[in-house]
Design a protein around this ligand. Structure first.
Ligand code: MG
Length: 376
């Protein structure tokens, strides 16, 4: 069973005030579309993402490099045509059709829809109406509406692709809701529990609500890394990217930059994604003698791809010799450059082990590092 998310972002959003369409405005540091993409990218049960945008918004997709994150489809004049354009890009077994403007979607809602699709061809999240409903005549209350059995519909609305595609082909293109399309074709749609956080940004005030919700779910991570390399023959050691003259070198498969390895492993650790040895196997001859910035750049790129900003890294080198102090500033600057950070976010410091243990006996150098990552 494969699942595709179809994110519909082709609307013009005229109720959200002046400026670009609402899905391209920033909330909590990123555009609405990027937040929505991030939810589906991070969900382990979603295999593919199709983003449906207006032809007028291709510039946004280019600037934000969205082709690297989703298939891009060009939407039509109506929602129904946009959904059709999105469906044309996938052959998954099931589709989740989602409004881009619902950028605070909790992942658990996706799970509820997918669980229900295991038992039937259609499912969508909704919340029961709890407010009293009035009918109005001008500015006056004309009556009370019975709210029992009424729901507020949300997305993603999920369907088995084949019957839903047939349903969409059979209707006249005027439907504004995918569940309506399904029901018109006789596809039963199960209601699953929605979530109050899954609001659809519609008015300017909704941006403030979304900002508060996204702020609550801030994802801050720390990872640690530890590495050791033994001294061997040589006339210098490479530490945090800086060559330091010494009466020994460090032994290792790569350039044996123990400090950079520890920081790199700290980043992999924060991402929960293995270590240098898994990404760059020592058994692979192409990494023999490799400069360690390749590993560090890879870890930084991986963090960015997962939507994390590296906010800080701290590395402690443990050795009796060479003396690190005179080189610490150069190391900090070199690390900052490779990581694309300002030097004030990098710390490189050193300690001895009071002549105890292998570092104390001068047999090698150890390094310990911590990295902090924040989901952006
Ligand atoms: Mg190493």
């Amino acid at each position: 069973m494969t699942t595709a998310a179809i994110i519909v972002a082709a609307g013009r959003g005229t109720r959200a005030g002046d400026g670009p369409p609402k899905q391209w405005r920033a909330v909590a540091g990123r555009t609405v579309v990027e937040h929505t993409l991030g939810v589906f990218e991070a969900h382990p049960r979603v295999d593919e993402i199709v983003l449906v945008i207006s032809a007028d918004d291709m510039g946004w997709a280019e600037r934000l490099d969205l082709r690297a994150r989703a298939k891009i489809a060009i939407g039509g004049a109506t929602r129904s045509l946009s959904v059709k354009a999105g469906l044309a890009q996938t052959e998954a077994d099931r589709v989740l059709i989602h409004d881009a403007a619902r950028c605070c979607l909790p992942p658990v809602v996706i799970d509820r829809v997918l669980d229900a699709l295991d038992d039937g061809p259609g499912a969508a999240p909704a919340l029961p109406v709890t407010d009293t409903l009035w009918s109005g005549a001008g500015a006056s209350v004309a009556g009370i509406q019975d709210r029992s059995g009424l729901y507020r519909a949300q997305t993603p609305q999920g369907f088995h692709l084949a019957p839903f595609r047939a349903a969409l082909a059979a209707q006249d293109g005027s439907a504004t809701d995918d569940v309506a399309v399904a029901r018109a074709a006789g596809i039963p749609v199960r209601i699953v529990e929605g979530d109050e956080r899954n609001l659809k940004i519609t008015t300017p005030a909704d941006f403030a609500r979304a900002e508060a919700i996204l702020g609550q779910t801030m994802d801050i991570r720390t990872g640690n890394g530890f590495d050791v390399h033994a001294f061997g023959p040589g006339d210098h050691v490479t530490l945090c990217g800086v060559d330091i003259p010494h009466d020994h070198g460090l032994k290792g498969h790569s350039d044996a930059d123990v400090g950079m390895h520890a920081v790199t492993d700290a980043i992999y650790g924060a991402l929960g994604d293995g270590d240098i040895g898994q990404h760059f196997p020592p058994s692979d001859p192409q990494w023999k003698g490799a400069a360690s910035y390749i590993f560090l750049e890879h870890a930084c790129a991986l963090a960015r791809d997962r939507g994390f900003a590296i906010t800080h890294a701290d590395c402690t080198l443990i050795c009796e010799f060479p003396k690190i102090g005179p080189h610490a500033l150069a190391m900090k600057q070199e690390m900052a450059q490779i990581m694309g950070l300002t030097p004030d976010r990098i710390s490189v410091k050193a300690t001895t082990s009071e002549k105890l243990g292998f570092t104390g006996r001068g047999e090698g150098i150890a390094a310990i590092a911590t990295a902090t990552l924040v989901k952006t």
